[in-house]
Design a protein around this ligand. Structure first.
Ligand code: WT7
Length: 662
């Protein structure tokens, strides 16, 4: 085991971090490069010279039932086709081929439950259960192309559910367990899901929350939803509707254990995942099979320097987000990885639960979000210091910009100063990691995602689309990549307009601002659209506004993000009440609860500021820029374009008085 730096805490640690703030560049640690999967920087030139050849080489790591005849078809840009003519089964690539290669006994997931239950699930077990569930879905009339919703907590069945869908070519539509049943209904409706796999109840920090009855209340009217499969998790009594509802364990036990994995076209839809955009209606990001699997498998292997025979990998995200899809499920399984999967919250039953799991399973690679690191910082280095973390050799972050202080803390306290950190930039849309260091060869700078992954072409451009060599601008992607979204589900027009219109149909507009420094390193600065990033979760201001406005006492609402030490950004809502006047704290709580019910708890505004009117231009557009100024305590920007400048003066006064603080 590697040497471990002396654990530090309190003021000693503060001094050390202060000192480290002066370090601009961290080279791959001694010994890491020599053993790394990628140890030769020539990989970048190789991919740049012949990107399609590079991706084809990556794709050959998968099992194809039928080879492709063309790597990329970009004729009909922005609609891409990868590995044209190729056929494969995603589930077979994640499970069957490993079992056939003799790895059936390898643990796929060390699952750890909230109350300390442990389940080690081998590749053979995962395959057996997946086949049965796949058959059970077929028995219920689900066929290739039918959408299946999944609304489950972090339990092994969620993996089985996703893989069973992939096996039969039924695109899954997973809804994050923290979203409300209302959000589930909406997503099932938009995708015309024919089945929904959910749970009796979920556990959170020692409490049980009924899920199935809450789902029942909202899905009743969905005309396409014919089957609801219920996983028995807590054993809660829940009502079952005859003809529609079935128990997961019963249908799995009754199903035929044999289920051949039929190959599908490389462009067969693998899943839809809804994410927030600039309008209130979430966007259904569509990912397909061959390119996506190629992209997630190769980035997972190379970015995390994966040695599947020895590593114990843990992506501490929720499967309900794209991070979970790509780096808990498809990437790791395609690479025959042993992963850790944890059901609960990072502070239950104690604030050291993560570190106890790192020690228990000997985790070597840990992947999480900056917001989680900042929470751990707040809880103090004493928590990780209680445990032996010397198995860790590589750390990753994703989801939002990481502030250098958190980066250094992660590096020093969690990584013992010996683990490279891969800050990985990507999006639900991109499917897989796009800008990231390769840990054996790319020196890191705290706060920078460094450079594009081999084969990826990223640029920072000015408002006219001209590349900026050094400086700040808009992030764009120049060339198609295998895991790219293929469209917005059933909305080709919106797909073209949102991503491929600003600079033409061959340049992908990311929606992030970025800076390129003198070494060509990318620093992602944040969103340029009306999307807020709360604890690395993406929310649309319009979506939150429409939830607030649906409250009976609310006339109008405007939502902005403000910087937050813990969550990156926090939601601030300016609310006008029906009939005017101010509300009280009870009403604030009520509105927050209302938003939680409509979207989910993460969408609750941190601050609610009552306003008699909202600042609008003469054409009636709300000027969020001014509201952001107020929320952040800045000097007000230009108010001359406002219809009524007095409105802003009143709001500023109120905020200055601070009467809305929680
Ligand atoms: C947005 C995408 C990618 C999985 C999780 C989020 C922000 C993501 C980073 C990073 C700075 C980041 C961007 C991006 N973002 N990773 N390493 N550094 N910002 O996926 O919900 O689709 O959100 O998250 O703003 O556009 P998502």
């Amino acid at each position: 085991m590697a040497d471990v730096a002396t654990p530090l805490a309190g003021t000693e640690l503060d001094h050390e971090l202060e000192r480290m703030l002066a370090i601009e560049r961290f080279d791959p640690p001694d010994g890491f490069r020599e053993k790394a999967l990628v140890s030769d920087p020539a990989v970048y030139e190789r991919a740049e010279r012949d990107p399609e050849g590079w991706w084809a080489e990556q794709a050959r790591a998968l099992d194809w039932a039928e080879p492709w005849t063309q790597v990329l078809d970009w004729e009909n840009a922005p609609f891409a086709k990868w590995f044209v003519g190729g056929r494969l089964n995603a589930c077979a690539n994640c499970l069957d081929r490993h079992v056939e290669a003799g790895l059936g006994d390898r643990v796929a997931y060390h699952w750890y439950g909230e109350e300390g239950e442990q389940r080690d699930i081998s590749y053979a077990e995962l395959l057996a259960e997946t086949k049965r569930l796949a058959n059970a879905l077929l028995d219920r009339g689900i066929k290739a192309g039918d959408v299946v919703g999944i609304y489950l907590p972090m339990i092994p069945e969620v993996i089985v559910a996703m893989l069973a869908c992939a096996r039969i070519g039924a695109p899954h539509n997973v809804v994050f367990g923290g979203f409300s049943p209302e959000a589930v209904r909406e997503r099932m409706e938009f995708s015309e899901a024919r089945a929904l796999i959910t749970v009796d109840a979920a556990r959170r920090k020692g409490k049980t929350a009924a899920i199935k009855p809450a789902v029942d209340e909202v899905v009743g009217g969905l005309e396409h939803l014919e089957t609801v499969v219920v996983v028995r998790h807590t054993g809660e009594q829940v009502p079952m509707q005859d003809g529609r509802d079935v128990w997961y364990d019963e249908i799995v036990a009754a199903a035929d254990p044999e289920c051949p994995a039929e190959p599908f076209d490389a462009e067969h839809p693998l899943y839809v995942l809804y994410t927030s955009g600039s309008t209130a209606k979430p966007k259904g990001i569509l990912h397909t099979t061959g390119g996506y699997l190629t992209g997630v498998a190769c980035t997972h292997r190379l970015v995390f320097d994966l040695d599947a025979d020895h590593d114990v990998y843990w992506c501490a995200a929720d499967v309900g987000w794209v991070t979970g899809h790509s780096y808990i499920v498809y990437g790791p399984l395609a690479n025959a990885t042993t992963s850790v999967m944890y059901e609960g919250a990072p502070d239950y039953p104690g604030k050291d639960v993560w570190w106890s799991l790192v020690e228990r399973y000997g985790v070597t690679v840990l992947y999480t979000a900056p917001t989680a690191i900042r929470a751990c910082m707040k809880w103090g280095a004493e928590e990780p210091n209680k445990h032996d973390l010397s198995s860790l050799r590589l750390l990753g972050t994703v989801g939002e910009p990481i502030n250098p202080k958190a980066w250094l803390w992660y590096h020093r306290v969690v990584g013992g100063g010996r683990c490279p950190i891969v800050d990985t930039w990507w999006q639900t849309e991109t499917g897989h990691i796009m800008i990231t260091p390769l840990p054996g060869i790319v020196p890191t700078k705290p706060g920078s995602a460094t450079r594009p992954f081999p084969g990826i072409s990223a640029d920072v451009v000015n408002a006219d689309g001209e590349p900026i060599d050094e400086g700040t601008g808009l992030l764009v992607l120049r060339r198609p990549w295998p895991g790219m979204l293929r469209t917005l589900y059933r909305d080709d027009e919106r797909f073209k307009e949102v991503y491929w219109s600003r600079f033409g149909e061959r340049t992908y507009l990311v929606g992030d601002a970025a800076r390129k420094d003198e070494d060509g390193y990318f620093w992602i600065l944040g969103r340029i659209d009306d999307v807020i990033n709360v604890s690395a979760h993406r929310l649309s201001t319009a979506e939150v506004e429409s939830a607030i406005v649906s409250h009976e006492r609310v006339a109008e609402a405007a939502v902005v993000g403000q910087p937050d030490e813990l969550t990156g950004q926090a939601i601030v809502a300016f609310v006008t009440l029906v009939g005017g006047g101010d509300g009280d704290d009870a009403l604030r709580e009520d509105i927050r609860g209302h938003v939680a019910a409509r979207i989910g708890k993460i969408a609750r505004p941190k601050r609610i500021i009552w306003a008699d009117d909202l600042p609008k231009t003469r054409s009636g557009k709300i000027m969020r820029r001014l509201l952001r100024d107020v929320a952040e305590g800045r000097e007000l920007g230009d108010v001359t374009t406002l219809r009524d400048p007095v409105v802003m003066a009143e709001i500023s006064e109120k905020v200055a008085a601070g009467e809305e603080e929680e």
